[in-house]
Design a binder for this molecule. Structure first.
Ligand code: HDE
Length: 657
């Protein structure tokens, strides 16, 4: 058990088997009837039990997060591969095999708490490291760049992507006028919009997406030497995505798709794993790049600045209580430890204000650090006192510094002894409301990203543009968007223009980008594994008698299998988990057919199941000479044996169809 789990254990309560009491501990004889003046009479004010129960219920909700409201979280542990003391003195990154408990919350950005998981959106990837030096929060996203350069524009940007204020439509979607109006009028968004329209914005699973710190931070080692740093999480299962039609259908069939996937994987013991890496630029090299390294709309191409892998995080425990943990966890980019500091990235600077500020309203006051999930595992002492919901009973008469009554304690700790001291960066300048000239190139990296895509990835981006801009009602905005993205690629903009019924953009000059950055392409960096992919095996009484043999070929490879039939029950000793009405093809990574169905309606449903898998480029396998499959055979990824199926499944999608 990690230190954090031990700490949480003290707060866990099991109500099972206990007597029902009020919050004052009074055992109650009845919990089903309010106290009334006569059987049919009015309820009495003196019914303290009714009042307590109802009052608590009436106050059960807290404001949802203003962004990233929909999320899902898990506990785990981070372990270093090597000692990184040459670059940072942060203790949790020093030493080999150093372990630190973590809590990670994944999220979508735009939707409300109850919105669907598989919408097109950036995903949040926030990690709290409970280190011995205090909590360190790495609050990142699954896309390495951001839509804006200066935090003062964040409220505008978020207002534009959230449901429109007059009718609160649409939920959890960027495909509407205000978002695209913002994009067209704030062209710094170009690069991130390209990522947002790529497959990155519809991940297959939280377990199969990268994480990025996005902003530029600083690492400082024990000698005081500083590097600019960008953080990366790389999933060991590789980066995989849904296809758009599938994502939309899943939003209806299983709006909890990602949440369920994460939960189930951890319950099965298929613990999600991610490697932590850093890109480093020394202080001397700050100005040696074609982009400003403080600009959050820019990546540091991995080909230019390689990622150094420091360790691995494993998520191995689900929460016990969603509200207490996932909902009440409070992340903040300002939660740092010695060895990690900030840069002047104007987005990061604004974030440093916003996160604590938002917790004050969301968690109802300044004591949210006392909530079990937020407590550091090391002791904390200061002279802060009181406020709503204070738990700690600070004893003694002193709550100020300096003092002699308590021997001048709690006392500040010198830097040499582990006290946090800010990096002494030299700053000069005038007070201005302005943006540096070096932040003004909005299209070079948008084009770099575009040129780094494979053909199928480019096609998906064009399709996504056509869907999103096609949903924009205002023709003028459509035109502006098309004209804007002509600066990225004229062919792209022209195709979109055609699809959305707008005249093609005038030829404009595109940035002179020659190189590509293959590391940004998912397709060029496949991790071909079938581990934990989910397969539907279609069965009936007519299935061959060797079901066990087939299933063990799959489970040996750590494939997750569900049997689908026309009705539930037991077949050859195996439970038929789902029927065509309780599940859907879109919820699986591949389909294996062992039977045809006598009932024509059931056969129709099975055909639809296979057709969808086929249309979504998934692996389809079959054992028997089943006539219904014939239309698909000899197509890529349609195979006739379980072994061939496993092999084909590792590719995940068969785009050549
Ligand atoms: Fe956030 N962001 N953000 N953000 N953000 C919040 O804090 C904010 C940005 C990110 O699972 C809020 O506790 C500003 C970038 C994640 O609890 C809020 C700006 C990145 C989460 C806030 C940004 C993020 C948040 C809302 C522009 C990727 C969810 C609730 C300057 C690096 C954390 C909360 C969780 C949440 C502000 C931009 C990631 C309002 C002002 C860039 C993963 O404080």
């Amino acid at each position: 058990m990690t230190e954090k789990q031990q700490q949480l254990e003290a707060f866990r309560v099991n109500d099972k088997g206990q007597a029902l009491t009020t919050n004052q501990g009074l055992k109650m004889a009845d919990d089903e009837h309010s106290l009334k003046a006569g059987d049919r009479g009015p309820t009495l004010l003196e019914d303290f039990h009714f009042r307590e129960k109802m009052t608590h219920f009436d106050h059960e909700r807290i404001p949802e997060r203003v962004v990233h409201a929909r999320g899902s979280a898990a506990h785990g542990v981070f372990e270093t591969y090597e000692c990184a003391s040459d670059i940072t003195k942060a203790k949790f990154l020093n030493g080999k095999n150093t372990t630190t408990p973590v809590f990670v919350r994944f999220s979508t950005v735009a939707g409300s708490r109850g919105s669907a998981d598989t919408v097109r959106d950036v995903r949040g990837f926030a990690t709290k490291f409970y280190t011995e030096e205090g909590n360190y929060d790495l609050v990142g996203n699954n896309i390495p760049v951001f839509f804006i350069q200066d935090a003062i524009k964040f409220p505008d940007f978020i207002h534009s992507v959230k449901p429109e204020p007059n009718n609160e439509i649409p939920q959890a979607q960027s495909a509407h006028d205000t978002f695209w109006d913002f994009v067209a009028n704030n062209q710094e968004s170009a690069h991130t919009v390209m990522w947002h329209l790529s497959d990155r914005a519809i991940p297959r699973s939280y377990r199969m997406m990268e994480g990025f710190g996005v902003n530029t931070y600083r690492f400082i080692n024990a000698e005081g030497k500083a590097h600019f740093v960008k953080f990366h999480w790389k999933p060991l299962l590789g980066v995989k995505s849904l296809v758009w039609d599938e994502a939309q259908k899943i939003a209806g069939k299983d709006p909890d798709f990602h949440r369920r996937d994460l939960w189930d994987a951890i319950e099965r013991g298929d613990y999600p794993e991610y490697e932590l890496g850093v890109q480093l630029i020394s202080e001397e090299d700050e100005f040696k790049f074609s982009f400003d390294i403080l600009d959050a709309t820019k990546i540091w191409p991995e080909e230019e600045v390689p990622v150094r892998i420091l360790g691995k995080m494993t998520l191995n425990k689900n929460v016990d209580n969603f509200f207490a943990e996932t909902e009440q966890v409070a992340f903040h980019v300002g939660h740092v430890v010695p060895g990690i500091d900030f840069s002047n990235d104007p987005l990061l600077q604004g974030r440093l204000f916003s996160y604590t500020d938002t917790q004050l309203i969301r968690l109802g006051g300044p004591n949210f650090h006392e909530l079990p999930i937020n407590r550091p595992v090391c002791p904390f002492h200061n002279n802060q006192r009181d406020g709503y919901g204070r738990h700690t009973i600070n004893v003694g008469q002193v709550s100020y510094h300096k003092n002699s009554l308590a021997n001048n304690t709690p006392r500040p700790v010198p830097e040499e002894e582990g006290g946090y001291a800010h990096y002494e960066e030299k700053i000069e300048g005038r007070k201005v409301r302005a943006r540096s000239e070096s932040f003004k190139d909005h299209f070079s990296q948008a084009r770099l990203f575009w040129l780094s895509m494979t053909d199928i990835e480019k096609k998906h981006i064009i399709d996504a543009f056509s869907f999103e801009v096609g949903k924009v009602k205002n023709k003028h905005i459509r035109k502006q968007v098309v004209d804007m993205f002509a600066h990225v690629c004229n062919t792209l903009a022209t195709k979109v223009a055609e699809n959305v019924g707008i005249e093609p953009p005038a030829k404009v000059e595109v940035p002179n980008i020659q190189q590509t950055s293959p590391s940004v392409s998912q397709e060029l960096n496949p991790v071909e594994t079938v581990k934990t992919l989910k397969v539907a095996v279609l069965v009936s009484e007519k299935s061959p008698q060797n079901l066990q043999e087939l299933l063990s070929i799959f489970t040996k490879e750590n494939i997750v299998v569900e049997l689908i039939g026309s009705k539930q029950g037991i077949l050859q000793g195996h439970e038929i988990n789902q029927t065509f009405s309780t599940t859907a093809s879109v919820l699986y990574d591949g389909v294996y057919l062992t039977t045809s169905y006598d009932d024509t309606h059931q056969q129709k449903l099975a055909d639809h199941f296979i057709q969808e898998a086929f249309d979504h480029f998934k692996t389809v396998g079959y054992t028997e000479n089943i006539t219904s499959i014939q239309q698909f055979t000899r197509k890529d990824g349609v195979v006739k044996s379980p072994e061939a199926f496993v092999q084909a499944l590792a590719q995940h999608r068969h785009w050549e169809r």
